[in-house]
Structure formats: structure tokens, C-alpha cells
Design a protein around this ligand. Structure first.
Ligand code: SF4
Length: 368
């Protein structure tokens, strides 16, 4: 590895957008090359309001939050902030325009003393693969040794795969990420079952940001609900899920939406589906429309929640509770209907009445 100055190997990563799915990879990659990684603080009300102030109201919440995290890193004095442009993650599979243009957006709306470390992943373009993306990410630091970059990439995949193994085995997101970053892999016993199973269909940046989703996992856990997400599924399962909705994959994050919903709609252990999307998200509004139609056909209950920076927690909880309550009632009535009635005809025991009739006025039974 040849770096111009090892003192400069510090990179800031905002806790937003692809962070929630890709951070284990970036952690392994940058650490292997000797970087110190500085993360922005977890999302707060301030992160949301400061980010929102930079863009027009119609912009989706995840982008507003992302901008708030950039501001947070600048306040921390971070000079190099990693803002990848994920154009296309597979041939002819694209991200939405906001994700594709993220570095341009940041450059145009955020003012401050920092440099954007911009790398472009565009697998629909010629000769553009993961290695060229990674080289572009570290070139501004003077790192050009291809072998070192390949080795770092391998380390990135190792951490990422460990994270996925634990997620697919049913571990909670926070635990899985913590273990993976420590280089550990644990498989927990999954004997714990819940009366209700729900599939939560959304993007990582919507559901793993506690502030954005108002701790939906904790809320559902308190209601005795077990939650399943896209991170428990393989790419093949999500591919099949998309096909089962009669669709082809076009959007990069379609795996998380139609792929996940399509898979869980066919899964009998799943009692209901919850979709959670950001207000103003074009791709999600199309995908949720398809999911809703298919859920209706399949007779699977579905709750569609929309979030923005003004979403009130009380209303959010009320809708969640009402939906879960309905799932409990539905499950209870299914169980009651399944209870077998005796097959013989019921004949009342009339002799008890006859004995009573035979009693005289004094109540003494004359029947021997
Ligand atoms: S996919 Fe939707 S929520 Fe995500 S960045 Fe694009 S518009 Fe926003």
C-alpha cells in the first residue's frame, strides 16, 4: 500500500442510506487499509430538522436524514466524508435518482470545510465493476496498490458475510452487526417462538434507523410479535418473490420490497405484512401498490405505514396496535374453528329432569 501520508487515513461515514446494509463491508475494507473510521452520531430530531432545512419539503425522509448526518460529521471536524454514488448494482438494475445523485446533491446543498470521497458503482456501464469502484474510493488518499485493495475487499466481504450469516439465522440487527465488527460469528438457538409472525417490508435505512422507524422492532416485540425482514432471505428467495408477483427486477432495492413481500406472502407462518415507506418515495409507491394487490388476492392482512419528519408516534403506535390486535383475533378464530366437535349426535340426559318432576311439593324425590 502506498499512501501519501498515513496521517490522512481518516474517513467519515454518515449513518444513513446504504450504511444500514453495507457498513460491515466498508468497515472490513477501510480498516484493512489502515483507515480510522468516524461515524456520525445516531439520528436525532436535530439530525432530521437540520437535514430537512437543506432541501425542498417533497424530498424523502431518508435523504433529509442523510444530509443531517453529513452536517454532523462536519461538526465533528471530519474532512473526508464517504458518499458513494450507487448507480447500478447489477446489469440493467438501477437505483432511484436520489441515490444515484447523492454526491451531487451533497456537493450542492451542504456547505462546509470537507471533501466528498465519491466513488461510482455502475454495473450497467462497460468495464465498471466492484474493483474500479473500490479503487476510486481510496485513490484520493494516494492508495493505488491493487493487491492491497483486493485484499481489503476480501476482508470487507468476510465481515459482511459474517453479518449476513447471523441475520439469516435470526439474530437481531444490532447484535449481528456488533458481533460481525468484532470478527465474531454466533448462531443463537431460535427456539423462541411468538404467537404472531409479521414480515416487515422496507429499506434498511427506514427500519434500522431507530429514530426514522420509531423503534418499530421494540414496539412489535413488546406486542409479542416476531419480525422477519429481507435480511433473513437469500437473493434467490427474493428473486423468486419478485417473480411470484409477476414482475422483473428493475429497481436495485426491489429485493427489499417486492422480493421480500413476494416471498413472505407465500409463507404460511407469516400472519401479516407491514410495509413502511418514506413519504414522497416514487419507486416504493409503485412497488407497494403491487404488493397490496397481491396481498389482497392471497388473503394476507397488510398494513401500509408512511413516515416523514412530522409523523407522530402516537398515531403510528395506534395503527400498529390495531393491526396486531386484528391479527391476534384472526388467529384465535382460526384456532377455534379448527377445534373438532364430537361426531355423535348429542342426546340430552332427560332422566335428571324426570327425577325432579317426580319430586313432591316438599322437594322429596319419590323416585327410587
Ligand atoms: S428509493 Fe425512495 S426512499 Fe429511497 S432514496 Fe429513493 S425516493 Fe428516497
Amino acid at each position: 500500500m502506498s499512501a501519501e501520508n498515513t496521517q490522512e487515513l481518516v474517513i467519515g461515514i454518515p449513518r444513513g442510506m446504504s450504511f444500514y446494509n453495507h457498513y460491515p463491508f466498508w468497515y472490513g475494507f477501510f480498516s484493512s487499509l489502515g483507515f480510522k473510521i468516524i461515524l456520525s452520531d445516531p439520528t436525532t430530531k436535530q439530525t432530521m430538522s437540520e437535514g430537512s432545512a437543506l432541501v425542498v419539503t417533497e424530498t424523502c425522509l431518508p435523504i433529509k436524514i442523510y444530509l443531517g448526518h453529513i452536517l454532523n460529521l462536519i461538526k465533528k471536524g471530519v474532512k473526508n466524508i464517504f458518499v458513494p454514488s450507487l448507480q447500478s448494482v447489477a446489469p440493467k438494475i438501477y437505483n432511484c435518482s436520489k441515490i444515484r445523485g447523492l454526491p451531487d446533491l451533497v456537493r450542492n446543498v451542504v456547505k462546509g470545510d470537507f471533501r466528498i470521497i465519491e466513488a461510482t458503482l455502475d454495473k450497467s456501464a462497460k468495464n465498471q465493476g466492484l474493483y474500479s469502484f473500490l479503487q476510486e474510493a481510496v485513490r484520493p488518499f494516494g492508495i493505488t496498490d491493487f493487491e492491497a485493495i483486493k485484499k481489503a475487499s476480501k476482508q470487507g466481504w468476510k465481515v459482511y458475510n459474517n453479518f449476513l450469516v447471523m441475520m439469516r439465522a435470526g439474530m437481531s440487527y444490532k447484535k449481528a452487526i456488533n458481533y460481525a465488527l468484532q470478527g465474531k460469528v454466533f448462531i443463537e438457538s431460535q427456539s423462541n417462538t411468538a404467537p404472531i409472525n409479521v414480515a416487515l417490508v422496507s429499506h434498511g435505512y427506514n427500519i434500522y434507523d431507530d429514530r426514522a422507524c420509531m423503534k418499530i422492532f421494540d414496539k412489535l416485540e413488546k406486542m409479542e410479535v416476531k419480525v422477519f425482514t429481507s435480511l433473513q432471505l437469500t437473493d434467490e428467495q427474493m428473486e423468486e418473490g419478485i417473480a411470484s408477483l409477476g414482475q422483473h427486477r428493475y429497481w436495485a432495492n426491489e429485493y427489499e420490497m417486492t422480493g421480500t413481500a413476494g416471498h413472505y406472502l407465500k409463507d404460511n407462518k407469516i400472519d401479516g405484512i407491514i410495509t413502511l415507506n418514506a413519504f414522497g418515495c416514487g419507486p416504493d409507491s409503485l412497488m407497494i401498490e403491487r404488493i397490496t394487490r397481491k396481498a389482497k388476492e392471497a388473503g394476507k392482512p397488510l398494513l401500509s405505514l408512511t413516515i416523514d419528519e412530522h409523523t407522530g408516534e402516537a398515531g403510528f403506535v395506534t395503527r400498529l396496535e390495531a393491526f396486531i390486535d386484528m391479527l391476534f383475533r384472526k388467529k384465535r378464530s382460526k384456532i377455534i374453528n379448527k377445534i373438532a366437535m364430537p361426531e355423535y349426535d348429542y342426546v340430552p340426559q332427560t332422566n335428571i329432569c324426570e327425577n325432579l318432576l317426580a319430586a313432591d311439593d316438599s322437594g322429596v324425590n319419590k323416585v327410587k
